[in-house]
Write a protein of this length. Sequence first.
Length: 466
Amino acid sequence: MAAGGPPPQAGRADVDEDRGTLRTAFAGLTTRGRSFLAAGLAAAACAYVLGQSDLLRVGLLLAVLPLICTVVLYRTRYRVAGSRRLSPARVPAGSESRVHLRMDNVSRLPTGLLMLQDRVPYVLGPRPRFVLDRVEAGGRREVSYRVRSDLRGRYPLGPLQLRLSDPFGMCELTRSFSTYDTLTVIPRVTPLPPVRLSGEAAGYGDGRQRALALAGEDDVIPRGYRYGDDLRRVHWRSTARYGELMVRREEQPQRARCTVLLDTRRVAHEGAGPDSAFEWAVSGAASAVVHMLERGYGVRLLTDSGMSVPGEGSDGFAGAGQESADAAGLMMDTLAVVDHSDGTDLSRAYDVLRGGNEGLLVAFLGDLDEAQAAVVARMRQRSAAAVAFVLDSGAWTHGAPAELFDERQRQLREAGWTVIAVPPGADLALLWREADRHRAATASATSTASAADPASPAGTATGGRS
């Protein structure tokens, strides 16, 4: 689904199709039509009892008029096509999207009065209704309405219903289109400041690394010449050695990686609604995903259940260009519908993290017990840098603060995490800067301690330089 919305989906309501019996058409009599029919039958009965022929003619006229309108409307051959377009089809929670409806009369006859009604979920607002005047043969009518939701999710729009009425208002027939669209309400995204959470030394500051293919004339790793290669890259010494044209390899850029971990365990989050701790964590994960992609990182979304988005690929991370845009849309769609999991531990997420340098790990965590804090602490060994935003659900629900909340933070900090406690209603942008300050302060303290300890490798090297 593109950010600008999907192509219009069209449906056709063909009134000339015999959908149902004539009895179904008579069931569409309006209150006016039923009143005329009842008055006509009553007048005919009174005329028969009283022997009044004039009253009988009036009664027959009143009774026959709604019947004639029903038959005429039932046999009228209208062919009406409709389409719907969302602009946009993916919106953040609390934002509006406009729905454009278009009706085309594809028959050779003009239509009568039409009433359009689009079916929308209650959370998006009331059902929109439009009254369209006579549509000429080959004519078109366009209307639009707005929808808005404070709750993320995927909401179906449609099918579109078309109600036909005769000129006297005696009968109404309803036809439904078969197509519908889906509005995706993604979490709110907070713009984040450009900080360097993983530091310059790790090489992740700008989201790029470079793998050197050569360090000098003697360390060249040549490859065979390919059509289109620049002749200035020809390595003549290797060409003479192998007897074929060889070219030098160049530096290959590598994208820095970032894993955004979202803790969705039901036992870790209390409360519900747009202002709950869990919704803040989902919004924070979405903001981190968008921010890191904009910084040039290869990003993946990971949950406690072990689900990884964009999923299995060359390395499981979002690529560049169009691949990055598609992966961003996939991750946002996943966050739009993510819900609490029934799991109780984070071991599956730990298993997904591969050994070695996984780059930056940004985690949004709920309540942690001693065992789960130990699992999270071990995750630090599988990443170059790790930042944890820990939410105390007790504070968010205005309950008693957890007694071990500070102890769990200390346990993660000792394992090398940069830990940020998230109070109720906190601004993620401010916490993002605070995480950078904590990281810088920790790195400075570690460097000072290493230089002051002559037994450490860093202290020995410093003494040697002195």
